[in-house]
Design a protein around this ligand. Structure first.
Ligand code: KIV
Ligand code: ZN
Length: 510
C-alpha cells in the first residue's frame, strides 16, 4: 500500500494557537509521544524565533529517536544558520524554509518583486542544502498565488535542491476541488516535480483544512502537514487524527495508508489538550468526548445488537480504553509508572519522582485518584515547571465568607527572592489576583477565567484556566488543585510566567 508521510507541526504551527505556548520540557515530552505515535517528521519549532524555540529544536534533535526533526526558517540567512545550529544533533535533520509567492503578500508584506522572491527562495534553499540533505520549501499563500509563477518558483527550488515542496493554503481560503486542481496543476506543469515530494499545509478558516488536504492527496500529494487536535494559527491546521483515520477507515477506496500507530492517537490528543489547556470540542471527530457516544434509543439499540450498525471506528483502535484501575494512597511507584505509560506519559526519572510525590500527596487528600487526576498532575505541574520560571507561589491564605471583605496573604518567590503581601478584593480570587499583581508589579488584564472539575465528587481537583493580556502579549495559564483558590493562584502565576517568556521573544514574521 502506498504511504502518505505525516509531518506533524503541533510544536510549531500548533503552538501558534493563541495561548498555546509550551515550555521546552513540555515540547520534548510531546515530541517523544509523537515519535511513539509514528509521525514521519516532527517540526519541533522555529529555531531563530526565540531562545525557547531554539532550545526545543536542539533538545528534540538530540533526545528524540525515530522521526526526521525539522526547524522552520524564513528565507533569510540568519534563520537558516540558526535552524542548522539547533538541528545538528539530529540523525535526520530537515530545514524547512519559506517565502510568500502571492502578490498580496509580496506587495504589502515582503515588499519584493516576484523575481526577487524567487531568487531569495533559490539562494536560501541552496544555503540550507549546504548544511543538510533534506530541505523543504514552502511558497507561502500558494493557494492565492498566480499558478504560472508558482510553477516557476517550485521548479527553481527543486533545481536548487529542495526535496519536498509544501503547498500551503495559508489563509484557509481554498475549496477542496480548487486545491486538488492546484496540486494536479503542479504535477502537470512543473517539469522536475518527480524529484520532490508534494506536501500540503491547510488552515481551517472555512472548516475545510481536512477536506482540502484529502483532495490534495487524491491528486498526488504524499506528505500532509497537520497537528494534533487540529490546533494552530487562528482556526487551526488540518487535524492529524482526522486525516489518518480517513485514510485508514476508507483504505479500500483511497488505497493509501500512513505509518501512524493508531492506538496512540487518543493518548496523544489528551496530552496536547492537557499541556496547552486547549480543550477538544465534545463533538470533534475521532477524539471528542462524544465521538463514540450513542444517545438516541434507536442507535443504542442497534449498537447493542451489532456494533457495526452505527460505529465505523472501534474506540479501542485509537487507544480509548475503559480503565478500571483507580489508584489510591496504597498504590506504589510501580503501578503509578505503569498507569503513566498507558496514558502515553513517559517521564524522565527526575519528573517521575516529582509526579509520584505529588500523586502521593493528592492521594492523601482524595480517596481515589483517576486517570484525569494523573494527567493533570503531569501536565499542570510536573512538566510546567520551567527552569526559567520567574515567579513561584510558596504560600497562600485567604479569608472570605458572608460578612467582611475577602482578603488574601500571598507569599511568592520572584527570581528566587521571597516576597509577601496582604490584600483585599471583591471575592477570594480577586483578592489573590490583586495581591499577586501588587507583589509582581505586573499590569496585565484578565481576559478569561474558568474553572472545571477534573473528575466527579466534591473532593475533585479544580482545574483553573486564565487568559491574561499585557500590551499586545496574551498568555494562558493553568493550575489544578483540590482547593480552587490555590488552583486559581497557580493558574495566574503560570500565565504571568508565560507572559514574561513571550515578552522576551524576538519578533518574527510567519
Ligand atoms: O500557513 C503557512 O503558510 C505556514 C508556512 C510557514 C508553511 O505555516
Ligand atoms: Zn501554517
Amino acid at each position: 500500500m502506498e504511504l502518505v508521510e505525516i509531518f506533524d507541526t503541533t510544536l510549531r504551527d500548533g503552538e501558534q494557537s493563541p495561548g498555546a505556548s509550551m515550555n521546552v520540557e513540555e515540547k520534548v515530552t510531546v515530541a517523544r509521544q509523537l515519535a511513539k505515535l509514528g509521525v514521519d517528521i516532527i517540526e519541533a519549532g522555529f529555531a531563530f524565533s526565540s531562545h525557547g524555540d531554539f532550545e526545543a529544536v536542539r533538545r528534540v534533535s538530540n533526545e528524540v529517536e525515530g522521526p526526521v526533526v525539522c526547524s522552520l526558517a524564513r528565507a533569510k540567512s540568519e534563520d537558516i544558520d540558526s535552524a542548522w545550529q539547533a538541528l545538528k544533533g539530529a540523525p535526520r535533520p530537515r530545514i524547512h524554509t519559506f517565502i510568500s509567492t502571492s502578490d498580496i503578500h509580496l506587495k504589502h508584506q515582503f515588499r519584493l518583486t516576484r523575481e526577487e522572491a524567487r531568487d531569495r527562495a533559490v539562494d536560501m534553499v541552496e544555503r540550507a542544502r549546504g548544511y543538510v540533505e533534506d530541505v523543504e520549501f514552502s511558497p507561502m499563500d500558494a493557494s492565492r498565488s498566480e499558478p504560472a509563477y508558482l510553477y516557476e518558483v517550485i521548479e527553481a527550488v527543486i533545481n536548487a535542491g529542495a526535496s519536498t515542496v509544501n503547498i500551503p493554503d495559508t489563509v484557509g481560503y481554498s475549496l477542496p476541488h480548487e486545491f486538488g486542481e492546484l496540486i494536479r496543476g503542479i504535477r502537470e506543469n512543473v517539469p522536475n516535480i518527480g524529484k520532490a515530494i508534494i506536501s500540503v499545509h491547510c488552515h481551517n478558516d472555512l472548516g475545510l483544512a481536512v477536506a482540502n488536504s484529502l483532495s490534495a492527496i487524491m491528486n498526488g500529494a504524499r506528505q500532509v502537514e497537520c497537528t494534533i487536535n487540529g490546533i494552530g494559527e487562528r482556526a487551526g491546521n488540518a487535524s492529524l487524527e482526522e486525516i489518518v483515520m480517513i485514510l485508514k477507515t476508507r483504505r479500500g477506496v483511497l488505497g493509501l495508508d500512513t505509518r501512524i500507530v493508531a492506538n496512540q492517537i487518543y493518548p496523544t490528543s489528551r496530552l496536547i489538550s492537557g499541556i496547552t489547556g486547549i480543550m477538544v470540542q465534545p463533538n470533534k471527530a475521532i477524539v471528542g468526548d462524544n465521538a463514540f457516544a450513542h444517545e438516541s434509543g434507536i442507535h443504542q439499540d442497534g449498537i447493542l445488537k451489532e456494533k457495526e450498525t452505527y460505529e465505523i471506528i472501534e474506540p479501542e483502535s485509537i487507544g480509548i480504553t475503559q480503565s478500571t484501575l483507580v489508584l489510591g494512597k496504597h498504590s506504589g511507584r510501580h503501578a503509578f509508572k505503569a498507569r503513566l505509560k498507558e496514558l502515553g506519559l513517559e517521564l524522565t526519572d527526575e519528573n517521575l519522582k516529582r509526579a509520584f510525590e505529588r500523586f502521593k500527596s493528592l492521594a492523601d487528600q482524595k480517596k481515589e485518584v483517576f486517570d484525569e487526576d494523573i494527567e493533570a498532575i503531569v501536565t499542570n505541574e510536573v512538566l510546567r515547571v520551567d527552569l526559567r520560571e520567574r515567579y513561584k507561589l510558596t504560600s497562600l491564605a485567604v479569608s472570605s465568607g458572608t460578612s467582611g471583605t475577602p482578603s488574601a496573604e500571598v507569599e511568592i518567590e520572584i527570581d528566587g527572592e521571597k516576597a509577601r503581601e496582604k490584600g483585599t478584593g471583591d471575592g477570594p480570587v480577586d483578592a489573590v489576583y490583586r495581591t499577586i499583581a501588587a507583589l509582581t508589579g505586573t499590569k496585565s488584564s484578565l481576559l478569561r477565567y474558568s474553572v472545571n472539575a477534573i473528575t466527579g465528587g466534591t473532593d475533585a481537583q479544580g482545574e483553573v484556566s486564565v487568559r491574561l493580556q499585557e500590551g499586545d502579549c496574551i498568555a494562558t495559564g493553568h493550575g489544578a488543585h483540590t482547593d480552587i483558590i490555590i488552583a486559581s493562584a497557580k493558574a495566574y502565576i503560570n500565565a504571568l510566567n508565560k507572559l514574561e517568556t513571550k515578552k522576551e521573544r524576538k519578533e518574527a514574521v510567519i
